[in-house]
Design a protein around this ligand. Structure first.
Ligand code: NOJ
Length: 544
């Protein structure tokens, strides 16, 4: 893989900036904090970092409500610090991906403020979706709850598919399109290697704003509605063809990953068609239950889907087990459920067995990191962190909580600041009280403790990343066994991954040497217990 093609096989670490590392002791993560931990990330062995929005913002939706796309929020630093971070990351061998939020701006954005100050029908209002009417224009719902329309004092309504402080832009407007091309260049000129595209399916709305016909209340919406009026509309692809031209004009070319929740794999493949986005998140993997049949189906259909992209060299698959919008893997897999579940934060799904969840999460990490293509790690996943299930109500910040009047707990549980050291208060995040509290006892899961413990999840991930890099196995995957509750596949002639998702032990295959196992305390040749995985080298001579 040439350096230009790094994005085809990279392991990308997601930094939720507010909770990653606090450089100035105010309890809020920041750019200085990230800069101070680049050595940690390089040592862990990831190839790139993706930083969630750091732009100026009133922060009503974790920064996904951007007021100025060319400025950094003061609490995180400034553009100069951002440039230094990018340069230092590159010196550590790490690429840097930012988040771009094209579907909506904050209502604090100068464009929206100008729209509010201007009359109905004015050019200022034309950059957003403003409608007349005595009643709400249609039945569209905000993802966070309530109608997707809010009325302004002169009686017009504006559209917001998320929080009322996140106004949807009208992408049929040439100024909107031009502005985002310019924004891409602004950050690419500062050395940024790519963008994660927020709500990539949402930009284009049906010009007639027809009713959807049913209530859409969940955070993560799949688009299994034909001719959906505001998701996955065909015209969105023209936007990404323009973006690709901008990215390709750089040396080395810059890259994109789409946040695209779509119901149908063929629709997903359209985002990674030639001359469009390079990669797209594969959310069905994250949504799959801890079940061999379900995981096989998702993995197999993902690989087939990517081959449908029409791209001559194929679009690489991506794999993700957790992010800032869903329950952490340890919590999700530790729940007493067996059937497919959406992995959404804050749903009451029964008690969590954290040890079981961590065992499965460790096995799932080996599964994910053995698959071809790109893998995403969410900060703290390398520490086996669970969600914080008991954040006091008055500390919750997610608009899903605040806007639902306390009916839905929201996503704060997976956004808790990282424990760097086992300090009793704030477990070594910064000197101040972290912006979200950490659960009691998190010090035991801290980076400092795990780095000292060869059996820790940190070392499991670090070893896996080292082996992944050294082996550089072929991108093809061949299933050896997918019967019952075992998943077993080969990558090239020498490398195998086996995952036991059942209740009973399974012997390791003959003719293999253990490279790595998810159960740190087992001996190399021991049978694989329930909820464990192993990476194996195939000897080819039938001996063990
Ligand atoms: C997806 C982001 O991941 C999520 O955190 C945010 O609330 C929505 N997009 C709206 O921007």
């Amino acid at each position: 893989m040439t350096d230009v093609e790094w994005w085809r096989t990279a392991v990308i670490y997601q930094i939720y900036i507010r909770s990653f590392a606090d450089g100035d002791g105010d309890g809020i993560g920041d750019i200085a904090g990230i800069r101070s931990r680049l050595g940690y990330l390089a040592g862990l062995g990831v190839d790139a970092i993706w930083i969630t929005p750091w732009y100026e913002s009133p922060n009503n939706d974790g920064g996904y409500d951007v007021a100025d796309y060319r400025a950094i929020a003061r609490e995180y630093g400034d553009v100069r610090g951002a440039e230094q971070l990018v340069a230092e990351a590159h010196r550590h061998g790490l690429k840097v991906i930012l988040d771009i939020v094209p579907n909506h701006t904050s209502t604090d954005h100068p464009w929206f403020q100008a729209a509010l100050a201007a009359p109905p029908g004015s050019p200022e209002r034309a950059r957003y979706h403003f409608m007349d009417g005595h009643v709400v224009p249609n039945d569209w719902r905000s993802t966070f709850g309530g109608p997707a329309w809010t009325r302004v004092p002169d009686g017009q309504w504006y559209l917001h598919l998320f929080d009322p402080t996140q106004a949807d832009l009208d992408w049929s407007h040439p100024e909107v399109r031009a502005e985002f091309l310019d924004l891409l260049r602004f950050w690419f000129d500062r050395g940024v290697d790519g963008f994660r595209v927020d709500v990539a399916t949402g930009l284009i709305k049906h010009p007639g704003y027809p009713d959807l016909g049913y209530r859409e209340e969940d955070l993560l919406v799949l688009t299994d509605v034909p001719d959906h009026p505001h998701r996955d509309r065909d015209e969105v692809h023209a936007v990404y063809r323009e973006w690709r031209e901008v990215a390709d004009a750089y040396d080395p070319p810059r890259i994109f990953v789409a946040e695209a929740w779509v119901a149908d794999p063929e629709r997903l493949a359209r985002y990674v068609a030639p001359a469009q986005l390079h990669t797209a998140f594969n959310f069905p993997f994250l949504q799959s239950a801890w079940d061999a049949g379900d995981l096989f189906t998702v993995i197999d259909s993902t690989l087939r889907t990517m081959s449908l992209s029409g791209s001559p060299s194929g679009a690489p698959p991506t794999w993700v087990l957790s992010n800032h919008d869903v329950e952490r893997t340890v919590t999700r897999y530790g729940r007493a459920y067996t059937r497919k579940h959406q992995g959404r934060s804050g749903h009451e799904l029964g008690p969590v067995d954290e040890d079981l969840g961590r065992r499965r999460a460790r096995a799932a990490l080996l599964l994910m990191l053995a698959l071809p293509g790109v893998a995403y790690l969410y900060q703290g996943e390398e520490l086996g962190l669970p969600d914080h299930m008991d954040i006091p109500d008055d500390r919750l910040r997610d608009p899903i909580w605040t806007r639902s009047g306390g009916r839905r707990r929201g996503r704060d549980g997976c956004r808790v600041p990282l424990p760097w050291t086992p300090a009793p208060d704030g477990a070594g995040f910064g000197s101040a009280d972290p912006w979200l509290p950490q659960p009691p006892g998190w010090g035991r899961l801290s980076v400092a403790n795990q780095v000292d413990d060869p059996a820790s999840t940190y070392h499991l991930v670090a070893r896996a990343l080292r082996i992944r890099r050294e082996l550089d196995v072929p991108q093809e995957l061949e299933w050896v066994d997918r019967a019952g509750s075992v998943l077993r596949f080969r990558r090239g002639p020498d490398f195998e991954c086996v995952v036991n998702l059942g209740d009973t032990e399974v012997p390791l295959p003959a003719g293999t040497v253990t490279l790595l196992r998810s159960d740190a305390h087992a001996a190399a040749g021991d049978p694989l217990g329930p909820d464990t995985a192993a990476w194996l080298r195939v000897r080819g001579d039938g001996t063990t």
